[in-house]
Ligand binder design. Structure first.
Ligand code: NAD
Length: 363
């Protein structure tokens, strides 16, 4: 006889991702079965101003009470202050376990609103409606939610899966060029770690002058989302394969930090980070053609000249990344195109050289 009790838990939850141009009908059909007459919408300020009618007309057909909370634009919104304001709003309006919360915006809105949904009453139904390329191909999938802390980005949060995701490219009609480029990096990442044909498909969007055209992007958005979904499904809590999604990101986090989280966008930093990761991979014996990525350089208009820390100092910053284990830097590198692996760094000199190389490319 043992004193032990086994508890079986599962963090897996099945949900559907919907893709298309104008998903109002699908959204109306989906919300039809909700029992609640009330819903919350946490929405990015720009999206509220420019797309209010688009989501409100669908949601108000079902929900008699639609409480809309505006999330200020920018990374600063992922703060304790806005989190608390959003919590106050939801609690003061009255919320029950079945009351759904719609997160409508980019990754900032999705992460913050997702964390509100995860923590109010220990969890209420969350529906993501991503409105940036980055959010459609990355942040709305996989259940990471959270806010920033003064010590670092995304340090407070939880894994909380949505009930559904509606990636409606109609929202992308107002997306500025720099946000397309920002999201592009994650798409290129899927090309590098999984499906090389993605790089060619991005190229044909550029050649056909369709780079800012959401409808033309739909197949690529869907393919990218599928890759992320497949990787996450194998590793919900990020203990193994999901780490591959961090290709370029350990370098990127340092660049973002160097720019005080405002000078360089996440996408710009990831792009430079991937170029660094390719260099390090090749130094360790791979033969990856750097022009696979460098061919997109002119889209980024990125200069890292203002990074004043020395390569040695940048290496020290890398040790503070939250994915570091036992102070050992872990990089996702490529054995060959589409074959990522986790590399625990023992060759600090290699990382120094990698920084020198990357800073030179982005002079
Ligand atoms: N949860 C995850 O797995 C995950 C993954 C990657 C990134 N992230 C997080 O996502 C955030 C970045 O997301 P983002 O790049 O979408 O940033 P964002 O949410 O700040 O959006 C970027 C800008 O685009 C504007 N915008 C949003 N939708 C628009 C539209 N349809 N038309 C015009 N403008 C629009 C916003 O107002 C904002 O100014 C970061 O905080 C990052 O940490 C999370």
């Amino acid at each position: 006889m043992s004193d032990l009790i086994s508890v079986q838990t599962s963090t897996e939850k099945n949900y559907q991702l919907h893709f298309g141009h104008d998903l109002s009908d699908q959204l109306e059909f989906y919300i039809h079965s909700f029992s609640s007459k009330k819903a919350f919408v946490l929405v990015d300020a720009f999206v509220l101003e420019h797309h209010r009618l688009h989501f409100e007309s669908a949601l108000s057909k079902k929900f008699e009470e639609l409480h809309i909370f505006e999330i200020p634009r920018g990374e600063q919104a992922k703060s304790f202050n806005i989190y608390q304001k959003a919590l106050n709003f939801v609690l003061e309006k009255g919320v029950e376990r079945e009351t759904p919360l719609f997160a409508i915006g980019g990754g900032v809105t999705g992460d913050l609103a997702g964390f509100v949904a995860a923590t109010v009453l220990r969890g209420i139904p969350l529906i993501h409606i991503p409105t940036t390329l980055l959010a459609m191909v990355d942040s709305s999938i996989g259940g990471k939610t959270g806010i920033n802390h003064e010590v670092g980005k995304n340090l407070v949060g939880s894994f909380y899966q949505p009930e559904a995701v509606f990636a409606d490219v109609k929202y992308l009609e107002t997306l500025p060029h720099k946000e397309w480029v920002n999201g592009l990096s994650e798409v290129l990442k899927y090309g590098m770690i999984h499906s090389p044909e993605i790089l060619e498909q991005v190229n044909s969007l550029l050649e056909n002058d369709e780079f800012n055209n959401g409808k033309a992007w739909l197949p690529l958005i869907q393919k990218s989302a599928q890759i992320k979904t497949d990787i996450v499904a194998e590793d919900v809590l990020e203990s193994g394969k999901r780490a591959y999604l961090n290709f370029g990101h350990t370098f990127a986090h340092v660049i973002e930090k160097e720019g005080n989280y405002s000078k360089y966008s996440h996408g710009e930093a990831v792009y430079a980070g991937m170029i660094a990761a390719v260099y390090a991979s090749n130094e360790l014996g791979a033969e990856i053609d750097p022009s696979n990525l460098l061919q997109f350089k002119s889209l980024y208009e990125l200069s890292l000249n203002e990074i004043t820390s020395s390569p040695e100092e940048l290496v020290e910053f890398m040790k503070t990344d939250k994915k570091v284990k036992d102070e050992q830097i872990q990089l996702i590198l490529l054995q060959e195109p589409s074959f990522p692996y986790v590399h625990k760094i023992t060759e600090i000199e290699l990382i120094n050289q990698t920084w020198q190389h990357t800073l030179k490319i982005f002079q």
